[in-house]
Design a protein around this ligand. Structure first.
Ligand SMILES: Cc1ncc(COP(=O)(O)O)c(C=O)c1O
Length: 393
């Protein structure tokens, strides 16, 4: 405890979904309709989400993790193949490369924006490289033109991990249609949610058709087509698949979240600018830098780094102290190459990716969601100040 009374009397969560009456009514409508699983609402959400991104088609799934798995499954990777990605990501980006049989290779990130560094991606390309998976980190886009040029030059597939990036734009275009496929997350903390859920957008109809099949056991018909009027219950397994189909109950939430996405993102931007203003006189707290290319930031996360040299405690202790002040935080992300499995299996170690490692020890995310109030942000600032005062070197 930094003093007797915490900065806030009630706990401020790191994230909170913004669910309105529209979502509730739509879910009730699904429940009353007798059709709960994949059906017309999923089809509608797919169509509307594809339209948002400008991609030809969209495939709704149970999570972005499932989406990454499906996309990578369609690459038919071989054990010697390599896929280049960023170490500053949620483990599932990397885990799915391994699960699909290839070797993950990491390129370092920009020290200030935490976006994957295209020049380092190019340095890591070998004759075994098949694909590159950048992450639009925190809701800002990575440098797609540079990555696209590299992938074209070397004949590689570009796949966007757009889990953070619903509504993000790059040089005037919403992200998602500048690659082989892009995967969005609708997990409960994301800019729009379906509770759990995700969406793949894609402009290759053949790949999309295969992903639709693979998301439902690899059989030729999903439940909607088998049990609705005019459907037939017969099926044929074309290749072994998974069980990753989104339910209509989830899509019912997503349809209304999508309508509100611009408004949610506008609110997030306002709050992010307010954090930048509030934190400008606390040198021990360093927000991320902004990319120099033109972009629209969806502000999924407000990530800061700690000036550790000025403090007697480390980042984890600092996050614990914030908990005691009744402020919730998130951790996005410690570098994946230093996680146990990746160190042991591939011999990855400290020193290989200096920018990711430097940031991975210092970063954490402050509360950010549409219903956060400016008074809450003042409480966050007061808590940061109290902890810094107590633990200053
Ligand atoms: C960069 C990134 N990729 C993928 C995922 C996986 O998303 P999901 O929880 O929908 O599986 C996440 C989740 O937070 C993420 O942050």
């Amino acid at each position: 405890m930094t003093s007797d009374k915490p900065a806030r009397s009630a706990f401020l969560p790191f994230s909170r979904p913004a669910i309105g009456e529209e979502e509730i009514k739509e879910v009730v409508d699904s429940l009353r309709s007798g059709w709960l699983t994949t059906g017309p609402k999923v089809l509608r959400l797919e169509k509307e989400f594809a339209a948002l991104t400008g991609a030809k088609t969209a495939v709704a799934v149970t999570s972005a993790t499932a989406g990454l798995h499906l996309v990578l499954a369609t690459l038919d990777l071989k054990p010697d193949d390599e896929v280049i990605t960023t170490p500053i990501t949620w483990p599932s980006t990397v885990n799915n490369i391994v699960i699909c049989g290839a070797k993950p290779v990491f390129a370092d990130v920009d020290k200030s924006t935490l976006q994957i560094d295209p020049a380092d991606v190019e340095r890591r390309i070998t004759s075994k490289t098949r694909a590159v998976i950048p992450v639009h980190f925190a809701g800002a886009p990575c440098d797609m033109d540079a990555l696209d040029a590299i992938c074209r030059r070397h004949g590689l597939l570009l796949i966007e991990d757009a889990a953070h990036a619903a509504g993000t734009s790059y040089k005037g275009r919403i992200v998602g249609n500048g690659s082989e496929a892009a995967i969005f997350s609708f997990h409960v903390i994301k800019n729009m949610t379906t509770g759990e859920g995700g969406m793949i957008v894609c402009s290759d109809e053949n790949r999309a058709a295969r992903m639709r099949r693979l998301r439902f056991h690899g059989i030729s018909r999903d439940a909607w087509k088998r049990y609705s009027k005019g459907g037939s219950p017969q099926y044929d397994v074309e290749e072994p698949g998974f069980k990753y189909n989104m339910m209509d109950i989830q899509a019912a939430i997503g349809i209304h979240q999508l309508k509100k996405l611009d408004e949610f993102n506008r609110k997030r931007s306002e709050l992010a600018l307010n954090y930048q203003r509030l934190l400008s006189d606390i040198p021990e707290i360093m927000p991320l830098g902004s990319a120099t290319y033109e972009h629209g930031h969806a502000w999924h996360l407000f990530v800061v780094r700690l000036e550790l040299d000025a403090l007697k405690i480390d980042r984890d202790q600092f996050m614990n102290a914030l908990q005691e002040e009744n402020i919730g935080t998130g951790l996005h992300f410690p570098a994946v190459h230093l996680q146990k499995y990746y160190k042991e299996r591939y011999g990855y170690q400290r020193g290989m990716l200096p920018n990711a490692e430097w940031n991975g020890e210092r970063l954490f995310s402050l509360p950010l969601y549409p219903t956060l109030r400016e008074e809450d942000q003042e409480d966050v600032k007061a808590a940061l100040r109290r902890i810094i005062k107590k633990y200053k070197q």
